[in-house]
Design a binder for this molecule. Sequence first.
Ligand code: PMP
Length: 433
Amino acid sequence: VAAPKPDPGLLGRRRAAFTSAQESYYAEPPQVERGWREHLVDVRGRAYVDVVNNVTLLGHGHPRVAAAVARQWRLLNTNSRFHVAAVTELCERLAALAPDPLDTVLLVNSGSEAVDLALRLARAWTGREDVAALREAYHGWTVASDAVSTSALDNPHAAATRPPWVHLLDAPNAYRGRHRGPGSGAAYARDAVQVLDGLAAAGRPPGAFVCEPLLGNAGGLVLPEGYLPAVYDAVRRHGGLCVADEVQVGYGRTGRWFWAFEQHGVVPDVITVAKAMGDGHPLGAVLTRREVAEALAREGSFFSSAGGSTVSCVVGLTVLDVLEEERLQDAARDVGAHLRARLEDLARRHPLVGAVHGTGLYQGVELVRDRATLEPASEEAYAVCERLLELGVVCQPAGDRGNVLKAKPPLCLSRKSADAFVDRLDEVLREGW
Ligand code: PMP
């Protein structure tokens, strides 16, 4: 296939076609044309290592996914009401991956829809509208998933403008939050339980508590030990459901665990999953126990025209097959450990690197101007990403302060590409900040 020439007017046309809320963050984004494994290639033939794309779990352009889509599309693509094997098989495969007693799967098209449906399930099951969520989180763009999102990077006014049914708990950020250090889990849990008890005493116990079991949007922070079990206990004591949003961090990305919540020895009542599940194809799911899912019927029927379509289910099954056959969860653990060691070495040599967060192939490099005050190096983080792009690495600043470089690449990331990322970052940091 002949590569198109760069179109000098295309960026302007893109900006005219898009609204300002959809702006891309690079000053001069490359016009990318194709992807292969952890690489993106632009129309000039320039290759980049893509360290941000956690949607393409298996890697860009996976031939097995492409073949599955092409074959199934020709054969049949229809909605989940028809009786086709792939829908049932995908639900069974996912349920088998969830811990007991989570045995029921509802298929949707995206993470936002999955979170929306999880909140609706909690409302139907508990008869309550109130929801507790963590600050600094992002859970989606639909009305309900947006209501529980407070990521300041996406909306600086979010925390102050949530609807009255949303109750915010502090993000248990053991690096720069109110309580610090790996032993801060109990203190954060105590604060959270106080809020939950207060809500219950006021006659408004939350029907759901939603959080990422690894703080993806805040920069890949591992929750301090003890936090999640204590908060889950309190939510359940007041009759609510615990929702684990695994849209970004689940599906083997954390390496040792398939689901990020496993790290904390808890079992949620509801799991939301998307992104990785379809390897970029629109596919998401809610996993819960049968009795909770059955509560939906009290609110009428549930149906999504393309959610759980035949093609989507075949994609979902292929992703699970490839994940297993290519041992990508093991790769996340092993390449993740290598990447971590190299990033920690950078942290020792460059004062701008305040900390390295995360686990497996979800890591965050937090940039600070001062290691004592933790003043966020936000402008620097953007500039570092712009410079990395020039050097052939696609990386993105994240977190409420925009000062965490997130590394959440396809799980097929090679050691060589992990090294390329760290070497380029080292080079940029040596240029002086
Ligand atoms: N939950 C989390 C934790 C997410 O990071 C996102 C997307 N960034 C969503 C939900 C929403 O998913 P989607 O973009 O597929 O609607």
